[in-house]
Design a protein. Structure first.
Length: 420
């Protein structure tokens, strides 16, 4: 059996803690994984860099032409006197051989600059005159030449540690000839739901049962966060089943996430098992939906207990567990979704006391103004509000009812909830 003691801060009092306070507690108590692995570039999408990635080459690797035109020695230019063409330089087929003085070389974009050339004149500023080429516009020395290492210098840090690799970064690494990268190993996350009323999706419902929506939604979000998922299913409300599940999860995972059984005052066995299993805090969050939340340390892993209501579970995962997973995964470049101001086109019900994350539909009107309307009923069981919406309407803790025309803050859904 695991050992430890439970920390019941905010459990015996009506005090609510803010979302920011809860997030600070999560992030200050946890540190990222130190285990790394080397994977091929083709298998690295979604992974987090464990070390700085250093460029092994200059980019471009050689000086080359930025234009189709003519490579010249600036000193050979003499007014409008034509320069005979001594040869050609193409991308992949550089100029070879002797280059006589007072001549030019036809050159294409990307072709290596011939030895001795210091200027490229674009073809639009050149005319053929007999056996030579005349340049019709003033010429600046060194123009239209891309220098070796101008974009990236050999030995420079291309990507620092803590960046997530995606379409924006991987082609860059490929252009440097980097075939393998060292990344933080994937976070192992164990998930399960508690409650005898829950039934697995696809199975017939018995009297008084509901489908286990929460675990399914959490799994989908974990997949988008590129975690290794250990799905332990629905656990019966018995001390033996819960204790065994917590012990298995703690042994196999870096993070354990349960859904249900964390509301203060609930008559269940979850708190009893956690009292035996580690140091867990039960919080009353000053947010709506999603007031009950548990966080702490088991013997080997971290633990997050989400509310049982579907919308509350998804919201607390989005606002708290998502940044926690980024922190544990070493994703130091993670940023929360940007918040912006929008005008409300429907009234919003709100009671002061908790920050309210209502689901909304943001759009731009004909005047180019950002506006938002509610998805409808905002009950913590109305999961359709996520499928209808594209943002959270974030209402301040002490704000009351919002009327049409007032300005509010919105937070657009990121890839976890975005309808794609």
């Amino acid at each position: 059996m695991l050992s430890g003691s439970i920390i019941m801060d905010h459990c015996r009092t009506s005090e609510l803690i803010s979302l920011q306070q809860a997030l600070e507690k999560l992030l200050t108590q946890t540190t990222s994984l130190t285990d790394t692995e080397t994977v091929s570039l083709t298998q690295s999408s979604g992974r987090v860099t464990a070390t700085d990635i250093i460029s092994p080459i200059n980019v471009p690797p050689f000086a080359n032409s930025a234009m189709d035109g003519y490579a010249v020695r600036y000193a050979d230019l003499n007014g409008n006197k034509p320069l005979p063409m001594a040869g050609k330089a193409l991308a992949g087929a550089p100029f070879q051989g002797e280059w006589p003085t007072a001549t030019c070389i036809r050159i294409m974009t990307g072709a290596p600059i011939p030895s001795g050339a210091d200027t490229v004149i674009m073809q639009e500023h050149a005319e053929i005159a007999g056996d030579g080429v005349v340049f019709t516009q003033p010429v600046k020395q060194s123009q239209n030449i891309r220098l070796a290492g101008e974009d990236i210098t050999k030995g420079a840090v291309v990507l620092p540690a803590g960046n997530k690799l995606s379409t924006a970064q991987l082609p860059l690494l490929a252009s440097l000839g980097i075939a393998k990268v060292e990344v933080v190993r994937k976070l192992k996350v164990a998930i399960f739901s508690t409650g005898d009323e829950l039934q697995a999706i696809g199975q017939p419902l018995k009297e008084g049962q509901i489908y286990d929506t929460n675990r399914f939604a959490i799994r989908l979000m974990l997949e988008k966060l590129d975690c290794d998922i250990i799905d332990l299913g629905v656990i019966a409300d018995t001390p033996e089943a819960l204790r065994n599940t917590f012990e298995i999860a703690d042994q196999e995972a870096d993070l354990v996430i349960s859904s249900g059984g964390v509301s203060v005052g609930e008559a269940d066995y979850t708190k009893q098992i956690l009292d035996e299993s580690g140091e867990i805090s039960f919080w009353k969050l000053a947010i709506k939906p999603g007031k009950p939340f548990a966080f702490g340390k088991l013997k080997n892993s971290w633990f997050c207990g989400l509310p049982g209501n579907p919308v509350s579970a998804v919201l607390t995962f989005y606002q708290l567990v998502q940044p926690l997973i980024a922190n544990l995964s070493g994703f130091t470049a993670w940023q929360p979704s940007m918040r912006m101001r929008a005008k409300v086109t429907t009234p919003l019900k709100k009671t002061p006391g908790r920050m309210d994350f209502q689901r909304g539909i943001a759009s731009v009107n004909q005047q180019g103004e950002l506006e938002v309307r509610t998805t409808g009923h905002q009950g913590s069981h109305i999961f359709s509000s996520f499928s209808l919406g594209n943002c959270f309407i974030v209402l301040e803790r002490e704000r009351g009812r919002v009327e049409i025309g007032e300005n509010v803050e919105i937070e657009l859904f990121n890839h976890l909830l975005k309808n794609e």
